[in-house]
Design a protein around this ligand. Sequence first.
Ligand SMILES: Nc1ncnc2c1ncn2[C@@H]1O[C@H](COP(=O)(O)OP(=O)(O)OP(=O)(O)O)[C@@H](O)[C@H]1O
Length: 368
Amino acid sequence: MAYDLQLSNVYKTYDNGTPAVIDFNIDVNKGEFIAFLGPSGCGKSTTLRMISGFETVTSGDLMIRGKRVNDQLPEKRPTSMIFQNYALFPHMNVRQNVRFGLEVKNMPRAEADGKVDQILEKLGLSDIAEMPTSRLSGGQRQRIALARSLVVEPDILLLDEPLGALDANLRKSIQNELKLLQRDLGITFVFVTHAQSEALALSDRIVVMNAGKVEQISPPRELYTQPRSQFVARFIGSNTILPGTVKGAKDGIVILDTAFGPLAGANRGQSDANVGREMSIVLPAEAVDLVPADVDEAEMRASFGSNTIPCTVESLQIVGHIMHMVVRFSDGQTINIEGHVDKYRNRIKAGGSAFVAWRSASATVIDH
Ligand SMILES: Nc1ncnc2c1ncn2[C@@H]1O[C@H](COP(=O)(O)OP(=O)(O)OP(=O)(O)O)[C@@H](O)[C@H]1O
C-alpha cells in the first residue's frame, strides 16, 4: 500500500536565496501522528506549507497517497490546515464557520448540515453552535478550528503550532483530546511545534529539524534514549556528552579514549567510527546508574565494564518515590540523576563519593 505522505529529496529555497529546507526525506503511514520539532527558523512551517500547497517545492517529490502533488493547488489536495491564530470568521457563528469549507466545495445544503452536525457533536460544540465565535474562549476557538478542518474529511490534517496560544493547563487537556480524536478518526496528523513535551506526548514519530535539515526521525522514546547527533543530544532530554577518540570497536560497541579513561557506547549506524576519529558518547540521564564508592570493584566491572566515572554527590532530594541527585565529575561538570528511592536510600549520601556507571548498549556514540 502507498504511504499517505512522502517527501523525497525535498528542497525549498526562497526567492531571496534563503535555503529553508534541505533534502527532506520521510515516508508517513496512514494514521501516523508526526511532529516537526525544532528551534525558530529551522524550516518546520515551510515544510508544512509545502505539504498543504501554500508554498511551492523548489525540487524533489511530494507525494500524497502515491500521487505526486508538487503542482496541485491547495484546494485540490486532500489536506486541511489549522493555524495558530485559528483564522475564524468573527462575523459568523460557530456552525457557519464550520460549514464554510463545505460551502466552498458546493456541497448540497442537507448533506453539509448533516456533516456539520456530526463533527460539532464529536467535538462537544453542539451547545454553542449558534454563538458568534468572537464571544468564545481560546479552547473553544481551537475546537472550532479543528471542526472546520475535519468537516471536509481530509486524508491529512496539518497543524501549525495549534496550541501555541493556549495557557499551560488548557494546552495539556486539549493535547489529550487531540490525541484521542486522531486515534478515533485514524487520519494522518502532521503537527508543528516548538514544545518538546508536546511532541513527545503526542507523536508516533518526531522529526527534529535544525537549520533546514532533518537531524533525526524517531519515535519519542528512541529520540530520548538514542539521540544520533550533537544537536539532538543537546536539544532533547537530559544527556551527558563525553568527547573522545575512537580506540576500537567490537560487536556494535565503540570504545573511546576520554578524559575519564576508556568509555563505551553503542554504534547505531555510524559508518565512520574508525580508530583515531574524534567522536562523543551520549549518555541519557535515564541510562545512568549511580554506584556507591564502597562497592566491590570486580562486581561493578562485571556489570558496567570500564564505563565508570568517579564523582561526588553534590546534593540529593527526595520527591515522592523519586530521588533526585546532582553529582560532579573531577573536571567540574555536573549531571542530574534520578532513580527510585528504594534503589538509592542508605546507599548514596550527600557529600559522599560514588561512580556514574552505565552499560555500553544504553549509551550512543555520535559524531563530534
Ligand atoms: N516567505 C519567506 N521568504 C523568505 N524567507 C522565508 C520566508 N518564510 C520563511 N523564511 C525563512 O525560511 C527559514 C525557515 O522558516 P520557517 O518559518 O519555515 O521556520 P520555522 O521552523 O517554522 O520557524 P518558527 O518556529 O519561528 O515558525 C527561516 O530562515 C525564515 O526566515
